[in-house]
Design a protein around this ligand. Structure first.
Ligand code: ZN
Length: 310
């Protein structure tokens, strides 16, 4: 399928203290790995306006993040929680990530179909309506979902979260809006400690698939088929959004699952097939986690190559 790669070069402006796992080398690793993949076209993200963020976040949250960045100044850092730190340019990066996701939605709706992969940091899926957390400032995928629902008038959207961590912030959106299906495969127990099977949202629009430490790719694929696919088929969303974290990879230092590069190609193939089955072949994936740079680059490239082949 036509595959647009949306690049957010402002990702490099989001600097973090030395030793932080969510460093700018992650962006560079993916950018280099995605160069020259056949069948892809590149576009560049612009910044999301505050009103787009405020379709998911509270205005107080947006103000708090923007103010902290302004106060960090040229050389400083400000911690919003023990893991989540900003510098003076972090707002520019986070606004560009959200803008890129919105542009991804606009692209697949304008073209009538297609796949988008957004290369941006910081990640977003832990950010709650009124709380930055887990390296995340603004919830990129939730903002994109609200843009699809409110600006394009889609009747429903799905967020499929394949990051090794549970997307607690994105789940908040489904818990308040029955037009959203949130389905997540994640390691449990693990940060942030949410994502239990008993969390089912509004009449079942939250589907959590917690997986034990050590789960390999075969078991991960089986869980996807058994639990995520039926939820998508039942919901028939008009657009599939993917929180594409690559930290379920066996080489990742923060996760304990055992996926390999080929599992991400498989996931992209399955998601593209499901999108063509009922979501008008509209599939927008946004980068979340992935903290071993070589594995991250290879996995993201495998994912994008599979999209372009689909
Ligand atoms: Zn993660």
């Amino acid at each position: 399928m036509k595959t647009t790669l949306i690049d957010s070069p402002a990702s490099l402006a989001h600097r973090l203290p030395d030793g932080h796992p969510e460093h700018d080398g992650r962006y560079t690793a993916v950018r280099e790995a995605l160069a020259g993949i056949a069948g892809t076209v590149w576009a560049e993200a612009g910044q999301a306006p505050v009103e787009a963020l405020a379709r998911f976040h509270t205005v107080e949250h947006v103000d708090r993040v923007l103010t902290a960045c302004a106060e960090a100044g040229v050389e400083g850092f400000i911690g919003l929680d023990p893991d989540t730190v900003v510098c003076g340019q972090s707002a520019r990066a986070a606004l560009s990530a959200a803008g890129g996701a919105i542009a991804g939605v606009d692209t697949v709706i304008r073209d009538g179909q297609g796949a988008v992969f957004l290369l941006a940091r910081p990640p977003g899926h832990h950010a709650e309506p009124d709380r930055p957390m887990g390296f995340c400032l603004f919830n990129t995928v939730a903002i994109a979902a609200m843009h699809a629902l409110e600006i394009h008038g889609l009747p429903s959207v799905a967020i499929v979260d394949i990051d090794v961590h549970h997307g607690n912030g994105s789940q908040c959106l489904a818990e308040r809006d029955e037009r959203v299906l949130f389905a997540s495969l994640h390691q449990s127990p693990l940060y942030p400690g949410t994502g239990h099977r008993g969390e089912t949202g509004l009449g079942g629009n939250v589907v959590n698939v917690p997986l034990p430490d050590g789960t390999d790719g075969a078991a991960w694929r089986a869980a996807f088929e058994a639990e995520v696919v039926p939820a998508l088929r039942k919901t028939q969303p008009a657009l599939i959004l993917v929180s594409a974290g690559f930290d379920a990879h066996a080489d990742d230092p923060l996760g304990g699952l055992g996926l390999v590069d080929e599992d991400y190609a498989w996931a992209a193939e399955r998601l593209a097939a499901l999108a063509s089955e009922f979501a008008h072949s509209r599939l927008v994936s946004v980068l979340e986690g992935g903290y071993d740079c070589p594995a991250l680059g290879r996995s993201a490239a495998a994912f994008v190559r599979a999209l372009a082949r689909a």
